[in-house]
Design a protein around this ligand. Structure first.
Ligand code: HEM
Length: 143
């Protein structure tokens, strides 16, 4: 079974991402990066994470794929305290959304947040293509 199926599929993932995004927009450290928010963010982040966790590849097929997510983060200049807060809110969204609590799933969820936020932060601060994170394709999380 994929991580995506284990966590409850699209409904459960979307619920967690929705809670996460609401908490981001209410957070004094993160909100300045996100402004007043974008209505499509929850859908796009849900699609991205679904694909990473073994669900449908809609982010690659319909939403611009990996190159687009790199481009979106470039120039944001994410700082380490913002990256850490992002991870904390992602972890707490899993609790609030009632996602499974088994250690194996939570380790996957948390490590994805940690890794993805490192990639996003590096790409957000890259001034040349050489400074981008070496990851060049959608990551895939497996058990
Ligand atoms: C696991 C780590 C991350 C993932 C999976 C991720 C994913 C995404 C996705 C899917 C989008 C929307 C792009 C689109 O429209 O297709 C996005 C946009 C954005 N992300 Fe990230 N991101 C991550 C980390 C971060 C971090 C650490 C920050 C800042 C602390 C950040 C800040 C932003 C901002 C400001 C936008 C643009 C606003 C928007 O499109 O709503 N991201 N990210």
């Amino acid at each position: 079974m994929t991580i995506y199926d284990h966590l409850g599929g699209d409904d459960a993932l979307r619920r967690a991402v929705d809670i996460f995004y609401t908490s981001v927009l209410a957070d004094p450290i993160l909100q300045p990066l996100f402004g007043s928010g974008r209505p499509e963010h929850v859908d796009h982040l849900t699609a991205f994470m679904a694909e990473v966790f073994g669900g449908p590849a809609r982010y690659t097929g319909e939403l611009g794929g990996f190159d687009h997510i790199v481009a979106t983060h470039r120039g944001l200049r994410i700082a380490e305290p913002q990256r850490q807060r992002f991870v904390e809110l992602m972890i707490s969204a899993a609790d609030k959304a009632g996602l499974p609590t088994d250690e194996r799933f939570r380790a996957a969820w948390n490590s994805h947040a940690e890794f993805g936020s490192q990639v996003a932060m590096q790409n957000s601060n890259a001034e040349t293509d050489d400074e981008l994170h070496p990851l060049r394709e959608m990551p895939r999380w497996n058990w």
